[in-house]
Design a protein around this ligand. Structure first.
Ligand SMILES: *Cc1c(COP(=O)(O)O)cnc(C)c1O
Length: 250
């Protein structure tokens, strides 16, 4: 009996994820090549675009395999899952970014165990992260998440609220405000993707014009990384193209 045979519960199984092409290193090189091509089209140095591997739902073995190919920066969405993987990968020199929604009761562990947080969208959370950042560590590097799709259900601060939030966050001693993150609604064509990212870039440039010393635009995922690079992405957050499709829509 092999894995293709229908087991007793086969009617209840979710559809299998599409088989992944290549080894982890092949997939990493393919994503790096996409970034390099987009950077060439944008006329920018590919070294200015950092790749963050978004590992949610994938286990520590999958991350370890990616690290063995040279990928050392990882983004995680779920605190307990992330802490388990950090414990399993302690022997590696990894940089951890928290990129998921943040509940108040999770801020202490996030402040203690991550170098970056991309998903700051309210002052209460920022204040807790700052106060709970251990004094022996450098300030927590943060991006404010901007909501450009106007969807009430999605995270992120509205463009109109951004200047006040950025001003307040930049005063918190335990944090260092680096830039903006956004997750626009999926759009089928590149022009639409670019239009959404352009709104993020405009908001980012407006903050710089107001005196904020920012250097990080965290935009672009597997389906829209080219559009993001064309709009000036400095970090792209890539899950599916590196690890394969997630079983649950997580
Ligand atoms: C899952 C996730 C990603 C990666 O998405 P893919 O489409 O799988 O590349 C990027 N950013 C955030 C915040 C995520 O939750």
């Amino acid at each position: 009996m092999n894995a293709m045979d229908n087991g007793p519960n086969s009617s209840k199984l979710e559809p299998a994820p599409r088989p992944l092409a290549g080894t982890p290193c092949d997939r990493l090189r393919a994503v790096q090549a996409r970034i390099a091509r987009a950077a060439a089209d944008a006329g920018c140095d590919p070294a200015t675009v950092r790749l963050l591997a978004a590992g949610k739902t994938f286990d520590s073995a999958a991350l370890r395999a990616m690290a063995a190919c040279g990928q050392l920066e990882f983004g995680e969405n779920y605190l307990q899952e992330a802490l388990d993987k950090q414990a399993a990968l302690r022997d590696l020199p990894l940089v951890w970014h928290f990129i998921g929604p943040i509940q108040s009761n999770k801020t202490r562990a996030i402040a203690e165990n991550f170098s970056w947080v991309h998903s700051v969208d309210r002052l209460k959370i920022a204040g807790r992260l700052s106060a709970q950042r251990p004094p022996g560590l450098p300030p927590l590097q943060v991006c404010i998440e901007l909501n450009v799709s106007g969807e009430a259900s999605k995270g992120g601060v509205a463009v109109t609220e951004l200047p006040a939030l950025a001003a307040a966050v930049s005063k918190l001693p335990g944090l260092r405000l680096r830039g903006l993150m956004a997750i626009p609604a999926p759009a089928p064509d590149m022009a639409e993707q670019q239009a959404a990212f352009r709104q993020v870039r405009k908001a980012y440039e407006a903050l710089i014009a107001q005196g904020h010393a920012l250097d990080t635009l965290s935009i672009g995922m597997s389906a829209d990384l080219e559009a993001a690079v064309l709009e000036g992405a400095s970090i792209v957050r890539i899950g599916t193209a590196l690890f394969g499709e997630r079983i649950k829509n997580a």
